[in-house]
Design a binder for this molecule. Structure first.
Ligand code: UD1
Length: 401
């Protein structure tokens, strides 16, 4: 599916089950490499990033099988998130500089500083990075600001390090908590999950384990914005609303009515959402991964709002495309000033990145006529089937090659 067509101005109604979390499952798949044995992971989303990770794991010697509901990864180079577990298990990791979304600089200095603190030597040759250590020794790791990936890599490298590692300034995202739970469930000893101080006591072995991946809070947040843009009433199932607190309070400020249940969220939206001010922040603040989608909602809302991006400097890629749909957005450095206009006007646009692509789908729901989004392979990196999900809610949306 490389193109998505959306015919807008139809309200949404119904229920959808939210897929497993991309940002939880990827480090968990990488962490499975720490154990020479079998790991069973349930609720694995069928998305391109997962297939890509499976391809890498297979190349480094893992055996896996993927069935209706589960995934097996057996014993065991390269995406950056694999360097922590490979260093931890083998004392050696070679990786290319990481790819991912083009949403600005994605440096890895914090990852490397963590490996060095544990005793690894880092060398850079021919655009490849190698980290190696005879033995890793527990240490204090200080992060100047929270990084999700660096916290995950530090955790995974520390599992087999001798003695105690303390990560100060750790990221607090639910996906870090998931990774800690997954690792503890396979025999690691980690305390402090969900706080900025994580303590890892090194172990000498891990064991076979099974784990259920939580629902994807960003996919749920995307469908929340879809309902706000299209209006209607929708129940999202299979997520923990407590992981979306900042997004939910923003949605309420914009006029959505929400009902929270243990694993469900009901959203009602009548009339146009109000534009408000929002700033992206590390968890538990408002997530950068929902910034583009909220901008799309405001673009079709009422009044004026301001969106400030503090995590990734290049993350306004969707704004120029939204303007092609008639949106009134002015970018001033890391702020975007949005003047809501409804309806937007269908047009041909290009998905700039994963979440920016999803934002264009959201905007298309509030557009008169047909919005055609190309380069939708970006969207498939993180959404199992956005057309299936939204059409089950009554949207007129289809994908084509
Ligand atoms: C993860 C998520 C991504 C999300 C982001 C922020 C995954 C697979 N991806 O990305 O969806 O948008 O968290 O919530 O989980 N930084 C450095 N040096 C480093 C590492 C990061 O300066 O060594 C900076 C980054 O440029 C960015 C900030 O730290 O400004 C946060 O990035 P980080 O939390 O590391 O994001 P990722 O783990 O790449």
């Amino acid at each position: 599916m490389s193109v998505i067509q959306v015919q807008g101005l139809r309200s949404l109604k119904g229920e959808i089950k939210i897929q497993g979390s991309k940002n939880a499952v990827l480090p968990i798949m990488a962490a499975a490499v720490l154990h020479k044995g079998t790991t069973v992971i349930h609720n694995v989303p069928r998305i391109q990033d997962v297939f890509c990770m499976l391809g890498i794991l297979e190349r480094i010697g893992c055996i896996y099988s993927l069935d209706g509901q589960e995934e097996y990864i057996k014993s065991m180079r390269s995406s950056i998130i694999l360097s922590g577990p490979l260093l931890g298990r083998l004392g050696d990791a070679v990786t290319s500089f990481p790819g991912g979304c083009s949403i600005g600089q994605r440096p890895i200095d914090l990852h490397l500083a963590a490996f060095r603190a544990l005793g690894a030597v880092i060398e850079e040759k021919d655009e490849k990075l190698s980290a190696s250590a005879k033995t890793l020794v527990g240490a204090d790791i200080y992060f100047p600001f929270p990084s999700v990936g660096a916290t995950e890599n530090a955790l995974m490298a520390a599992v087999y390090a001798k003695g105690i590692t303390v990560i100060h300034g750790a990221a607090k995202e639910p996906e870090i908590t998931s990774l800690c739970e997954f690792l503890n469930n396979m025999g690691a000893i980690i305390h402090g999950a969900g706080t900025s101080r994580l303590a890892v006591t090194g172990v000498t072995g891990l064991h076979d384990s099974e784990f259920i991946v939580a629902g994807d809070r960003i996919v749920a947040g995307t469908y929340l914005t879809a309902v706000m843009a299209a209006e209607g009433n929708v129940l999202l199932e299979g997520i923990c609303p407590g992981h979306l607190t900042a997004a939910l309070s923003l949605a309420e400020r914009m006029g959505a009515e929400l009902k929270l249940f243990k694993n469900q969220l009901e959203i009602s939206m009548r009339g146009r959402p109000d534009c408000v001010d929002v700033v992206t922040e590390p968890y538990p603040g408002f997530p950068t991964d929902l910034q583009s989608q909220v901008m799309a909602v405001m673009a079709s809302g009422s009044g004026w709002g301001r969106v400030e991006e503090t995590i990734f400097e290049g993350r306004f890629g969707a704004a120029n495309e939204l303007k092609k749909l008639g949106a009134d957005i002015v970018i001033e450095g890391k702020r975007a000033i949005v003047h809501g206009l409804y309806p937007l006007k269908g047009n041909c646009v290009t998905a700039p990145d994963l979440r920016g692509g999803a934002a264009l789908v959201v905007a298309g729901l509030a557009g008169e006529g047909v919005t055609e989004i190309s380069e939708c392979h970006h969207i498939e990196r993180g959404y199992e089937n956005i057309c299936r999900d939204l059409s089950s809610l009554g949207a007129a949306i289809r994908g084509k090659e």
